[in-house]
Design a protein around this ligand. Structure first.
Ligand code: OOG
Ligand code: MG
Length: 258
C-alpha cells in the first residue's frame, strides 16, 4: 500500500515527465505497488491536468487485443481518461517534438448518446451508442523505452497521448464484431486486423469498461467518446510520416507527423 503522499509524489513524477517530454523509469522500480494504487495515481495525475483546464471528454480501454498484450508484455485490459487536449482533427498534424516516442494504433471508437453505469449487457451497451468511428490512437508512454508493468501503465493513464476520429456513422444495423481494419504508413500497409481482435467484439470492451468503473463507483456519460483499444500492434512514427486507418463499413481517419 502506498501512502497518500506517495500517490501524490508518483502523480507528480508522471505528470512532470508528460510536461517535460522526458521519459522516466517505471514507477514500480522505486516502490512496488498494485493495480488499484496505479488507478489512484492515474486519478491524481489527471486531476493535475484538469486543474490546468484540460477537460474529460471520454475514456479509453487499452491492452484489449492479443497483439497489444504481446507487444507490451502486459496481459490485462486497462482504462484511462481522454481529455480535450488529446483530440486531433481528422487529417491533423502531430508534432513529433511534443512527444517522447509516439506510436500509432488503429481502433474502433464509440460515441455514447446515453450514460452507462455498472454491469450492462451487450444489448444495453449497443443501445447507448449513438455513433461508431474509425480511430487512430497515438500512445506515448512516459516510461523509458515503453517499459512498464501493469500498475505502471495504469498510473500513466494507459500511455494516452492523442487520438483522431473518422466521421461518425449511426448504424443501428451495423455488426461491428468482425470488421476489417487496415493501418497504412505513408500509403503502404503497415498492419492489418479485425475489430474481432478487440476482446472478440469491441462492444465487449465497452461492457468491460463499465464493469471496471463500477468498482470505483464511476460511470460513463452521454457524449463520451470511448476508444476500445488497439486491434493490432502499434507502429512508431517520425516527422514526415502520415498514417491512416480504414475500417470496413465505417470509414477512414488519418494524421500527419511534423
Ligand atoms: C499501453 C496502452 C494500450 C491499447 O489500445 O491497447 C492501448 C501501451 O501500449 O503503451 O492504448
Ligand atoms: Mg490504444
Amino acid at each position: 500500500m502506498l501512502t497518500p503522499q506517495q500517490v501524490e509524489d508518483f502523480a507528480h513524477d508522471v505528470d512532470e515527465a508528460f510536461l517535460r517530454i522526458a521519459p522516466i523509469d517505471k514507477l514500480t522500480l522505486k516502490t512496488p505497488f498494485g493495480v488499484d494504487q496505479g488507478y489512484l495515481i492515474q486519478r491524481a495525475s489527471m486531476a493535475r491536468r484538469a486543474a490546468r483546464g484540460d477537460v474529460r471528454i471520454g475514456m479509453k480501454m487499452g491492452l484489449t487485443s492479443r497483439a497489444k498484450m504481446q507487444q507490451m508484455g502486459v496481459l490485462d485490459p486497462i482504462y484511462g481518461t481522454l481529455t480535450s487536449a488529446m483530440l486531433m482533427s481528422d487529417g491533423g498534424t502531430l508534432q513529433r517534438s511534443a512527444h517522447c516516442h509516439p506510436r500509432v494504433e488503429p481502433e474502433i471508437a464509440f460515441l455514447l448518446g446515453k450514460p452507462l453505469r455498472g454491469v450492462v449487457s451487450m444489448a444495453q451497451a449497443w443501445a447507448a451508442i449513438d455513433g461508431v468511428c474509425a480511430a487512430l490512437e497515438v500512445i506515448d508512454s512516459r516510461f523509458r523505452n515503453f517499459e512498464f508493468t501493469l500498475p505502471d501503465v495504469v498510473a500513466d493513464n494507459g500511455s494516452s497521448a492523442r487520438f483522431v476520429l473518422s466521421s461518425t456513422i449511426r448504424p443501428r444495423d451495423l455488426d461491428v464484431s468482425n470488421l476489417g481494419m487496415v493501418m497504412k504508413k505513408n500509403g503502404v500497409v503497415a498492419e492489418v486486423g479485425s475489430s474481432a481482435a478487440v476482446l472478440d467484439h469491441p462492444l465487449r470492451s465497452l461492457v468491460a469498461l463499465c464493469e471496471q468503473l463500477a468498482r470505483v463507483e464511476d460511470g460513463l456519460h452521454a457524449g463520451d467518446i470511448i476508444m476500445t483499444g488497439g486491434a493490432t500492434a502499434a507502429i512508431p512514427v517520425q516527422p514526415g510520416d502520415w498514417v491512416s486507418v480504414e475500417v470496413q463499413n465505417i470509414g477512414r481517419a488519418e494524421l500527419f507527423v511534423a
